[in-house]
Write a protein that binds this ligand. Structure first.
Ligand SMILES: [Zn+2]
Length: 288
């Protein structure tokens, strides 16, 4: 065991300066930079520190991830099937179709599914590389930039954050912005990896979601609940969730995670889809 290094810094969950302990460092997936992962000794929230700045993250999202995104596009049909399933799972919590905002909408698959089901969907996406794939079907519905670039006068019935809050360097600000954009009886749906998962306990620092600089925040059920409640949100439902994936897509992702280099671009020929637990929880929130 190494010596425990403790420094004081701001915790996004506590929203105050707290003692943070250095847990371990891990090399980035796309570069050789070691990223240090720290844990708040008060609440248990873990994050990368120092947080990569906007420029570093923009560079990461803009380039060097071509093969992964190519796989993503190839997986369009299974992603849409996955989102149809998500909306079915959320049926008990969804208000009648109205304005829907998908944060981190990527290629816009959820927006397409929402459109099919009578919603008025909009998306916000940091990576302009997706613009070409959303241009034809979702013309004008996607804002390329950050949440803060969206006009604030709009009130959405549903705001979804699938695999977003582990990525953003400003999770508190982003969730607060979602709250501000929510209609009074609207809901926020967030899906994110949580460190209280069995897989994290088994794999320790080798857990696949410890993936800086892509993943920079590591919540658990209690830390996420604390963050949400401190922002005036109430968790009305939470559960471990699964991802609908084809065998091919899963293998490509695993290859990337275990360091066989970037996921190869593979045609998604495997029709067999599995519901895979991926250490992720789904939270449904309303204004408290
Ligand atoms: Zn804390």
């Amino acid at each position: 065991m190494g010596r425990l290094v403790v420094e004081r810094d701001t915790c996004a969950v506590c929203d105050a300066e707290r003692p943070l302990a250095h847990l371990f460092s891990k090399r980035g997936q796309s570069d050789a930079t070691p990223y240090a992962i720290w844990q708040c000794l008060s609440c248990g929230f873990q994050r990368v520190r120092p947080m990569p700045d906007d420029r570093a993250l923009a560079a990461y999202y803009a380039g060097g991830v071509g093969a992964d995104y190519a796989n993503y596009i190839l997986a369009a049909e299974e992603k849409k099937a996955h989102f149809r399933q998500k909306l079915r799972d959320l049926d008990a919590y969804l208000p009648p179709p109205g304005l829907l905002l998908d944060v981190g909408c990527a290629a816009g698959f959820l927006l397409e599914v929402a459109l099919e089901q009578g919603w008025e969907p909009h998306g916000v996406e940091l990576n302009p590389g997706f613009a070409a794939s959303t241009a034809s079907t979702l013309d004008g519905r996607v804002t390329y930039g950050r949440l803060r670039d969206l006009p604030t006068h709009q009130e959405y019935s549903v705001i979804t954050l699938f695999d977003v809050l582990e990525h953003t360097p400003i999770p508190r600000e982003d969730l607060a912005r979602c709250r501000d954009l929510l209609a009074p009886d609207g809901i926020i749906v967030a899906q994110l990896p949580c460190i209280d998962a069995l897989a994290r306990k088994a794999l320790g620092r080798h857990w696949y979601h410890y993936a800086p600089p892509a993943h920079v925040n590591y919540f658990a059920r209690d830390t996420f609940q604390k963050l949400a409640e401190s922002l005036g949100l109430r968790i009305v439902h939470q559960a471990w969730t699964r991802k609908l994936m084809s065998i091919d897509y899963l293998l490509a992702q695993m290859a990337a995670h275990i360091g066989l280099g970037r996921a190869p671009v593979v045609p998604v020929i495997g029709k067999l889809r599995l519901q895979i637990p991926m250490s992720e929880r789904l939270f449904v929130m309303s204004r408290s």
